[in-house]
Design a protein around this ligand. Structure first.
Ligand SMILES: Nc1ncnc2c1ncn2[C@@H]1O[C@H](COP(=O)(O)OP(=O)(O)OP(=O)(O)O)[C@@H](O)[C@H]1O
Length: 506
């Protein structure tokens, strides 16, 4: 009770402010009389508090200067109590929700929320007296036109005017639009057109990004044709990670043809739930291969263009490698649509379909898929199907310049010092999915056997070194010996202890 913000408030009022006002009454000149400079120093009531301040506190040269110092000191004290007053609400508001609401309305300078949250909580926010001047809307080409307006209406007008001053929309109409499940609404009412896209189509001036800083230049070529002007930022050609090749792989991007496995290509166990087992196995095999070479799992993402395939790939991973500490899981296994706005160093992409192109025919989906990788993009697909799709040709023409079999560099480990531009003399072309899975299995067994061998030879070495009790020589101690037999003031001492101390200070 003694140390609450409330008591601090009373203390300020009755002890601090009262003293300050008394001080002012003494030192302020009245009726044209002058007050001696010295009076400020002698009457100042907070000498004790400013004990640690550089001395002397008052210069005693002019009345104005010393008065300014005194007022500065008081402002310092006053600020502390003002802050305590601001925290006072937290003594009363006990639940996390109440506290966050208080912060939201009174303190927060920047508030982040989704448009869906804004829609759900609109009434609550307006009732709370929520206020804001600027809106920054990210991925606004992916928001329904009607939803775009909700964030603009989270506060009541003041004197008949909306206080909103600025609205910045960031988005890319070349990537995927909002999701409309009903086909009639989507196509015939054109509900999938966002306000952002409408504004762009109407010719409203926009600020266009003219350089990308994510992908290698070679990978950027797969999608930059879709933009008016999209160069590469300078660091993309300069940083070492962009200059080095992808370890164990000949190319930085490749389209890998996947034929039927046991006579099956795409399958549709439920309506619109497309799967392709051969591609799923191939993707996972490449992931396992990369992990065995030393690629970190969190740098690899597996994408597919269908939800069904996402589930199948997850199943394959759970069966083959998720519980294996040598391999584990990739950073994410998800759909291209869900991955819009995200990126990773290496993307393995499964296009699933083998009978018809399906919804990849929408170039916006292709652009999202091609633009997620920083350093490596490996696309698994039925080449004969996709190469004939007119809409996709600018990307597929480039993909098809390279061989359509995965080319690997055996025995190279991650990270490699090989430059991305250098030629690889002894690469191996993978014939098909079965070839890859067999190779990965053998590679895995070799690695495990190698590790076992190393482990046992080390164990043997340790066994050779084993000493019987009494074998250890007692050396003369040269360093300081403590007076007490249990005392340990030895400077050169315990490494572990030093580590602990270091960690403590950090
Ligand atoms: N100025 C910069 N310097 C260094 N790297 C940059 C710079 N700008 C962007 N990048 C790199 O590019 C990546 C992509 O940037 P960002 O996520 O802002 O793009 P975006 O336009 O939101 O992409 P998308 O919407 O397609 O996902 C960043 O993660 C960063 O690695």
């Amino acid at each position: 009770v003694a140390y609450t913000c409330e008591t601090a408030g009373h203390f300020f009022l009755y002890q601090v402010l009262a003293r300050w006002e008394k001080f002012l009454a003494t030192v302020r000149p009245s009726d044209g009389k002058t007050v001696p400079v010295k009076t400020i120093k002698t009457e100042f009531p907070f000498h004790g508090f400013f004990e640690n301040a550089p001395k002397p506190l008052f210069k005693e040269k002019s009345y104005e200067t010393d008065m300014e110092i005194a007022e500065g000191c008081f402002r310092y004290i006053e600020k502390m109590f003002t802050q305590l007053e601001e925290f006072r609400a937290f003594e009363l508001l006990r639940s996390g929700l109440d506290r966050s609401k208080y912060l939201l309305v009174k303190e927060a300078k920047i508030i982040a929320m989704t448009c869906t949250h804004a829609a759900l909580k609109r009434k609550e926010l307006v009732d709370m007296g929520f206020k804001y001047d600027n809106i920054l809307m990210e991925e606004s080409a992916q928001i329904l036109e009607i939803e775009t307006f909700i964030p603009l209406l989270l506060q009541n007008p003041q004197d008949g005017f909306n206080r909103l001053k600025r609205w910045i929309m960031i988005g890319d109409h070349n990537q995927l639009p909002p999701v409309i499940k009903n086909m009639a609404f989507q196509k015939y009412s054109n509900m999938e057109q966002s306000l952002f896209t409408r504004i762009v189509r109407l010719g409203v001036p926009t600020v266009d990004l003219d350089a990308q800083g994510r992908s290698r230049a070679t990978i950027a070529n797969l999608y930059n044709w879709r933009y008016k002007k999209l160069d590469n930022m300078s660091h993309v050609g300069v940083y070492a990670e962009y200059q080095k090749a992808n370890a164990g792989l000949v190319y930085d991007f490749q389209l890998i043809n996947v034929e039927d496995f046991n006579g099956v290509g795409e399958s549709e166990p439920n309506p619109y739930f497309y799967q392709n087992l051969a591609e799923a196995e191939y993707c996972v095999a490449l992931f396992m291969y990369m992990r065995l070479l030393g690629y970190p799992a969190h740098k690899i993402t597996i994408l597919s263009t269908y939800n069904g395939q996402k589930h199948l790939i997850r199943d394959v991973i759970n069966t083959r490698c998720a519980d294996n500490p040598l391999i584990g899981r990739p950073h994410k296994v998800t759909t291209v649509d869900k991955y819009q706005g995200q990126q990773n160093d290496y993307i393995l992409l499964s296009l699933v379909r083998t009978a018809s192109v399906g919804h990849l025919r929408d170039v916006r989906r292709l652009i999202v898929a091609m633009s997620r990788a920083r350093l490596g993009l490996y696309v698994f697909a039925r080449v004969s199907l996709f190469r004939n799709c007119f809409e996709l040709t600018p990307a597929f023409n480039q993909l098809m310049i390279r061989p359509q079999q995965l080319h690997i560099v055996p025995h190279e480990t991650f990270p490699t010092s090989r430059l991305n531009t250098s030629r690889v003399p002894n690469s191996v072309a993978i014939q098909d999915m079965v070839h890859m899975t067999t190779l990965v299995y053998n590679f895995y067994m070799d690695k495990v056997n190698g590790m076992k061998k190393e482990f046992y030879s080390k164990a043997k070495l340790n066994a050779d070194k084993w000493k019987k009790p009494g074998d250890i020589e007692v050396k003369d101690v040269e360093t300081h010996v403590a007076i007490h037999p249990g005392g340990d003031s030895d400077e050169s001492g315990d490494e572990e202890e030093k580590e602990e101390e270091k960690m403590d200070t950090e």
